[in-house]
Design a protein around this ligand. Structure first.
Ligand SMILES: Cc1cc2nc3c(=O)[nH]c(=O)nc-3n(C[C@H](O)[C@H](O)[C@H](O)COP(=O)(O)O)c2cc1C
Length: 177
């Protein structure tokens, strides 16, 4: 299976990087092919809704790092979204990438599994409600099947998340994909 993992955090060794690494470990052990796109270190312009991508010669006006991601996204059997919770939602870096799915909207519908993994400082999973609702909405719209989620609470730092069960959950989700 071709698996695309898109992360939002700028922390190379943060909490969500820990979840990402464990997911990849499990997925690779299961024989899946991984393409990882760390949005925070990429040049991805936010969508400006110019609609050129849905015009006569459809293409996004921004020739940025989405050009690197798009071929993998189109071919993916599974898409994994990973983000720290910022103000009760996924962060802007990841959201900018998702909004740019718009340029390939027609070919992205159907036939994919989807995973969301988030981590946050709060000790209440309710804080991820908005992120989970968006994820459920977009996967329903895109007709992707949710393969699983990991919601890490009480995880302000990488040290904190390593003392929890969440890295194992991420590993097992990768392995079971
Ligand atoms: C701008 C910003 C907003 C945040 N908002 C929240 C929040 O609403 N709720 C929460 O529990 N944690 C919040 N946090 C904490 C992060 O979600 C938490 O530290 C997370 O584990 C960071 O993940 P990372 O190390 O992968 O970047 C916020 C952190 C930042 C920098």
């Amino acid at each position: 299976m071709k698996v695309v993992i898109i992360t939002g955090s700028a922390h190379k060794n943060g909490t969500t990087a820990c979840l990402t690494e464990q997911f990849i470990k499990g997925a690779e052990e299961a024989g899946h092919e991984i393409f990882r796109f760390d949005a925070a270190s990429k040049d991805v312009h936010p969508c400006i809704a110019c609609e050129k991508c849905h015009g006569e010669s459809p293409a996004c006006v921004f020739k940025d790092d989405m050009q690197e991601l798009n071929p993998h996204l189109i071919e993916a059997d599974a898409v994994v979204l990973v983000s720290p919770i910022y103000y009760y939602d996924i962060n802007a870096q990841l959201k900018a990438v998702i909004d740019r799915f718009y340029a390939n909207d027609a070919v992205l519908h159907g036939g994919r599994k989807a995973v969301l993994m988030v981590a946050m400082a709060d000790n209440n999973a309710e804080t991820a409600r908005g992120a989970l609702a968006s994820f459920k909405g977009m996967t329903k719209y895109l007709e992707w099947d949710i393969a699983g989620t990991v919601v890490g609470v009480n995880c302000m730092t990488a040290e904190a998340i390593r003392c929890t069960d969440y890295p194992k959950q991420a590993y097992e989700l990768g392995k079971s994909l």
